[in-house]
Design a protein around this ligand. Structure first.
Ligand SMILES: *Cc1c(COP(=O)(O)O)cnc(C)c1O
Length: 405
């Protein structure tokens, strides 16, 4: 694509965009405000508002306790089955659980327990800090000494694939990585890295928080064992909406939930006094689910399914390429560095730009320029492209305002 750095080009691109109508499906309260933080908190789908009204007024207000038997109890599986279609899994392999961190704890713990006496977890230093804290907690609670090997990225941008290949060995119980990493947007080849883990007999756990809803993945084609991921970023499920859990079918009854609660109990309404896990995925659940927050996930998932992941990815690549083109034209001469992979195949849907004055620039953008980026210490300005609602005009305007700042 031959990009141009004039406003007519941005308008032409929006006119040619097959997905342009999806933007109208979101609440855009202030058209002058450019929102490039959909990779931290996605926008509100319009359909979520009447859904919440119906849930609160009718389902809670009128149905009361009967709501549990009129859809609430099965909600985690029903919405999970829709998310399964986004990641190439089957319906019974995805369920909405707790926060990403908690889901990760449950799955990492059981993977490590299953793979005794192996004594190593392998991850990288691009992983989300909470994921590392969770793995450290798993290591503290394990019934045997467990070491976490954090493989450093060679440049802080790209995943250390070769070094991972060397580190994953016969002593590795678990490999846990972010599919798309939160800082640079580097995206691992899920199939290749899963294969590395399997060659050594390790279990592979992917955190798809930054890829779900923007980067297509096929967990079956990759033969991934397990995955977790947020629904409040590119899925637009709302602040703190619970995360999904994927466990490949053949693993489900071989693994155990470390936090056994009544939501995972076999025949839970028998109120038996001794825990017995429900077969399938449900035994990874623990306590009473937050129905309002879970229900709010569905409109965003429906929009992603309607748009189609392949079309979303094509638009996302075009938009991140366009953003990088404008960086080259306007920002590189001002001392901004590109802190995301240049190769589109290895890049997710946000672009990180570094600048020694990054913190001050981010502050000016928010306070004076009506641009909401995302800032990560020490100098990373992250610009999130949410292809359902980010326009080419948004990108054109935002990079111009960054230049002015
Ligand atoms: C956003 C994000 C999380 C967030 O976890 P919570 O438990 O929802 O706070 C976890 N992992 C990754 C990779 C993320 O990008």
């Amino acid at each position: 694509m031959n990009f141009r750095a004039d406003i007519d080009f941005a308008k032409e691109m929006d006119n040619q965009d097959e997905l342009v109508s999806f933007r109208e499906q979101f609440v855009i309260d202030d058209p002058a405000l450019i929102y490039l933080d959909g990779n931290s908190l996605g926008r509100l789908p319009k359909a979520t508002i009447p859904l919440m009204q119906e849930l609160v007024e009718r389902q809670w207000g009128q149905t009361l306790i009967n709501g549990w038997h009129e859809g609430w109890l099965g909600l985690q599986e029903r919405i999970g089955a829709k998310i399964a279609r986004l990641i190439g899994a089957d319906g019974g392999e995805v369920i909405i659980g707790d926060a990403t961190s908690v889901n990760l704890f449950k799955l990492a713990w059981t993977a490590v327990a299953h793979n005794a006496p192996r004594s190593k977890i392998v991850t990288d230093d691009l992983n989300f800090p909470s994921d590392l804290y969770i793995l450290q907690g798993v290591a503290r609670l394990a019934e045997r000494p467990l070491r976490i090997q954090v493989i450093p990225s060679p440049d802080g941008i790209h995943g250390p694939v070769e070094q991972l290949a060397a580190a994953i060995d016969e002593d590795t119980a678990l490999v846990a990585l972010s599919h798309t990493v939160f800082k640079s947007a580097y995206t691992y080849d899920m199939t290749a890295v899963t294969q590395l883990a399997h060659n050594a007999g390790a279990i592979m756990l992917w955190d798809m928080s930054h890829s779900l809803g923007s980067v297509p993945a096929d967990v079956h084609a990759a033969n991934a064992d397990m995955a977790v991921g947020c629904t409040y970023k590119y899925v637009n499920g709302g602040p703190g909406s619970p995360a999904f859990m994927y466990v490949r079918r053949d693993w489900q009854d071989k693994l155990h939930n470390p936090i056994t609660g009544w939501m995972g109990q076999h025949h839970m309404f028998d109120f038996d006094l001794t825990y017995e896990p429900e077969p399938g995925l449900r035994h990874f659940l623990t306590g009473t689910p937050p129905i309002l927050s879970i229900a709010a996930i569905e409109p965003g998932v429906d929009l992603l399914l309607a748009a189609g992941m392949d079309k979303l990815r094509a638009k996302s690549i075009l938009q991140t390429e366009y953003l990088i083109y404008l960086w080259q034209e306007w920002l590189k001469p001002l001392g901004f560095s590109l802190n995301s992979p240049r190769a589109a195949a290895r890049r997710g849907s946000h672009v990180s730009l570094g600048h020694p004055d990054g913190a001050r620039i981010a502050q000016i953008l928010i306070e004076e320029k009506q641009v909401i980026p995302d800032f990560r210490q020490p100098d990373n300005i992250r610009l999130g492209i949410a292809p359902l609602y980010t326009s080419f005009m948004d990108i054109f305007e935002a990079i111009g305002r960054i230049r002015d700042a």
